[in-house]
Design a binder for this molecule. Sequence first.
Ligand code: FPP
Length: 244
Amino acid sequence: MADRDPAQLPQHLAIVMDGNGRWAMRRGKPRTYGHQSGSEALKRTIEAVMRRGIPILTVFAFSCENWNRPRAEVRKLLDLFLKALNKDVQELHEHGVRINFIGDRSVFNRTLREGMAQAEQLTCSNTRLQLNVAVNYSGRSDIVQAAQRIAAAAATGTLAAEDLSEEHLNQELTLAHLPPPDLFIRTGGEKRLSNFLLWQIAYTELYFSDVLWPDFGAEALEQALIDFSGRERRFGGLSQVRSA
Ligand code: FPP
C-alpha cells in the first residue's frame, strides 16, 4: 500500500488489547492460551507499527483491576511478562525500540521489577519506536498521584492554587514527556476506556474493533489507520467548511 501523508499518520498510538479470553474459549482452550497468543499478536503489532513509521506506541498489558482475575490467570500473565523480558527485549533493542513501563510496579516481585528496570536501561538510547507498556496501571491513580504532588507543592508554598494550570497538571503525569495519543484502538468489541490514559485522551480519536486481540496484526492495524486518516481533527474548534 502506498504511504499516506505522514501528517495523517498517528504519531502516538494507544491500544487496549482486549479479547484474549474469548478468543481462547471459542477454541475450547483455557483463557491463558489466549494471553499466550495475545503476546504473539503484540509482537506482530509492534513490527507493523515500526514498518508504518509510527514513533510512539502505548499498550495496556495489565490493569489494576486485573488482579481480580483467578490466581492462575494472573500468574500466567506475569509469567508472560517475565518471558517477554527475558526473551524479546534483546530483539526489540536490536530493532531500535525504547521500552518504558508505566504504572505501579512496586507490587511486582523483585525479578519482574529488576527485569523491567534492566529493559528500560538497556533500551534507553533507542529512538525508532518508544514503546510504553502499562502494567498495574490506572488512569485515575495517575491523576491522583499528580494531584498529590501538586497539593504538596501548594502546602509548602512553592505553588499558589490559583496558578495551577492544565499544563502544570500534565507535567506531573506519567507520559508528560510525550505528546498525547492521536489514535486509541480497543479490540474485542467493547466500547469503553477502562481507566486507560484518561487525561491524555481528551482529544484522541477513538477506534473500536470487533477483532479479538490474538487475531490483530498488520491488516487490522491498516484498517484502523485508514479510518484515522479520514478523520477531521478539530480539537474543539470548527471544521474548515463550517468556519468558512
Ligand atoms: C484482555 O483480554 C487482555 C489482557 C488482560 C492482557 C493483555 C496481555 C497480553 C496481550 C499479553 C502479553 C503482554 C506482554 C507485555 C508480554 P481479556 O482476557 O480481558 O479477554 P476477554 O475480554 O475476551 O475476556
